[in-house]
Design a protein around this ligand. Structure first.
Ligand code: PEP
Ligand code: MG
Length: 313
């Protein structure tokens, strides 16, 4: 039974045929880093650094940042920690980085756009990360939020390499970035799909607005087709494709995401055990068949029903 499998399930994520799917944690603090370790995460796929500075009036110094990053990295010796540089704006405003009075902050100067406009803040953060990484046994990588063009990916990787961080990727959470993933992949050491914002922007439905919440469903085939585009581009260019949005925490959808080309999954630590158990029951061929059913459906509900019907006929 599923309960029995769940009880035994631990160790690295893998499909029934042994195909490895690393299961990583989304974290935003030193405490959540500890919880990730306790729940058997194989590393961190999304470290939301802006969470550390949500109340701050002024940009944190290099020294302040490095001290916190060191504490987090110390939890993951020998493991990967993917650090997202400050993702300020819209649902995560930072006083020292976010423009006031934008009429549509979700479409405004947010994420990497805000950092590029205040490049000294980005340089300080990358410097602090490089310093903290140098003294740690974690495998530290960085990624940029809200990338919408291949040029932005190139800008970010060049800057990260200049400041001493060897592996720099992009979040794919804007449809333009997914659609042009074959170009973006050539300027990124990895891609990580943020399904929360990718869903918001694909369906043009504010993720914070309750009245349009039914649109915020990553099962929607429009979103799944974009993920498939990214998965194919990653495979063609030998660039890993992670998932770090809430979609990865839905065990059945996680199987579909692997079938679409995801090479690792990052989620709230509390979801890891259930996702691990579900993955262990499907081969890669099965996952690809289920993914094909989902992308060809007409609606989110139909996609989910088709997949569930194929698993439990
Ligand atoms: C996402 O958009 O899917 C994501 C992982 O980032 P956040 O939820 O922090 O915007
Ligand atoms: Mg996002």
């Amino acid at each position: 039974t599923l309960e029995a499998i769940r009880a035994q399930s631990s160790g690295p994520g893998a499909l029934a045929d042994g195909h490895a799917v690393p299961l990583l944690a989304n974290i935003g603090s030193v405490d959540s880093a500890r919880e990730a370790v306790a729940r058997g995460a194989e590393g961190v796929g999304l470290f939301r650094t802006e969470v550390l500075f949500l109340g701050a009036e002024k940009a944190p110094t290099v020294e302040e940042q490095a001290a916190t990053y060191r504490e987090v990295f110390a939890q993951f010796p020998g493991q990967k920690v993917v650090v997202r540089v400050l993702d300020a704006g819209a649902d995560k405003p930072l006083a020292f980085l976010t423009d006031q009075g934008e009429e549509n902050p979700a479409l405004g100067r947010r994420g990497l756009r805000a950092l590029a406009a205040h490049e000294e803040i980005l340089r300080d953060q990358l410097t602090a990360l490089a310093q903290a990484a140098a003294g740690s046994d974690a495998i530290v990588q960085v990624m940029a939020p809200m990338v919408s063009t291949a040029q932005e990916a190139q800008y970010f990787r060049d800057l990260a390499h200049e400041l001493g961080i060897a592996i720099a990727g992009v979040m794919v959470e804007v449809p333009s970035c997914a659609i042009l993933a074959d170009h973006v992949a050539q300027h990124a050491d990895f891609m990580s799909i943020g399904t929360n914002d990718l869903t918001q922007y694909t369906l043009a439905a504010d993720r914070l607005l309750g009245t349009v919440a039914t649109f915020q469903n990553p099962w929607h085939p429009s979103v799944l087709r974009l993920i498939e585009t990214v998965g194919s581009a990653g495979a063609a260019h030998d660039v890993p494709v992670g998932i770090c949005g809430e979609a990865a925490a839905d065990p059945i959808l996680a199987v579909v995401l692997v079938g679409l080309g995801a090479t690792s999954l990052s989620m709230s630590s509390s979801a890891i055990a259930d996702v691990r158990a579900e993955l262990s029951m499907h081969s890669l061929d099965d996952a690809r068949r289920l993914a094909a059913l989902a992308v060809s459906a007409e609606s989110a509900e139909a996609a989910r029903a088709a997949v569930l019907g194929a698993i439990h006929p």
